[in-house]
Ligand binder design. Sequence first.
Ligand code: MTE
Ligand code: MO
Length: 319
Amino acid sequence: MNIIRRKGWEIRESQATPESVFLDRRALMRGAAFAGAGSLLPGLSSLAMAQADPTAAMYPARRNELYKLDRDLTPEATASHYNNFYEFGLSKNVFSAAESLKTRPWMVKIDGLVEKARDVGIDDLLKAMPLEERLYRHRCVEAWSMTVPWTGFPLKALVDFAKPLSSAKFIRFETFLDPKMAPGQRSFFPWPYVEALTMAEAVNDMSLMVTGAYGKPLGKTFGAPLRLHTPWKYGFKHIKSLTKISFVEKRPETFWETAGPGEYGFWANVNPQVPHPRWSQATEEVLGTGNRRPTLLFNGYGEFVADLYKGLEKEKLYI
Ligand SMILES: Nc1nc2c(c(=O)[nH]1)N[C@H]1C(S)=C(S)[C@@H](COP(=O)(O)O)O[C@H]1N2
Ligand SMILES: [Mo]
C-alpha cells in the first residue's frame, strides 16, 4: 500500500473548523454572492462549487464534542484521494471519475414498513434535520484507517421522520443504480450497493447520516449527497450516495455479503482479534502518517455500542 505523509501545512484536529474559519467562509460567500463573483474569480473554483450546492450555507455545523479522538484528523487532501467507491472503479483513485456523479436533483425514497411511504428531495430533508459535526475514526476492512470531521444528522432523526411500524426490524439502504453515469456498475458485482442495520443499531446515537465533510457539503468521492457512518463497523457498511431507505422485517442481503459470503458478513463490527480470512485485523495503516497502530475492539467505540450485541454472541459479529 502507498504510504502518504502529512505535510506541515495540512490540518490537525484543533484546526478543522474553528470559529474563525466558520465566520470567514460565510463572510466570503456573502461577498462573492453580492459581487456575483463566482465566475470572476477563477482561482476560487472550489468556492464557486460550494455556492452551487444549495445547502452550502449550512456548513460548517456546530461540532458535537461528545466523540473524542485519540489521533489527528486525516488531511482532507489525503482522505479525498484514497477512496472506495466501486461504482466509479476498483482503484482507490476514483476522485476524478466520481465527478460524473450528478447530485441534483436527488430524491431519497423512504418506504417499506412505515406509516406512509414518501419521496423526499435531499434539500428538503436537510432542512428538516439537525446538522452537527462529529470527528469519527473510519476503519476499512482492508486494514487502513482515517479520521474525518463529518457533518450530518443522527440516523435516529431520520427514523423519527420516517415513522416506521413496530413490525420493522431492520433498515435497508440502497445506492443509486445508473450504469451510464457510473461505469463501475457495468461490472459483475451485485448492483446496486445495499447495506443494512438492525433497528437497535439504527437508533443508536452514534449512527450518523452524513451530508458533509471538512466543514462543507459532502464531496462526490465521499458519497454525496447522503451516506451512512457507523464508526464501530468496518467501512463497507458506510454506504454512499443513498437513494432508498426501506424499513423491513427480514434481514436484508447486503452487497458484500452477496459478493463474498465467506469474507464479509452482515454485522462487520471491528475486532482486532478476528482476522479476515486473507489478512490480520490486528493493526491498521493510519492514512497520511506512514504509521500503523493497533486496531481497537469496536474501533474504540465500545462504550457507546457494545450493549447492542448482548445475547447475540452466537452471531458472526466480527466479519
Ligand atoms: N455505494 C458505495 N458505498 C461504499 C463503497 C462503495 O464502493 N460503494 N465502499 C465502501 C467502503 S469499502 C469504504 S472503506 C467506504 C470508503 O469511504 P471513503 O471513500 O469516504 O473513505 O465507503 C463504503 N461505501
Ligand atoms: Mo472498506
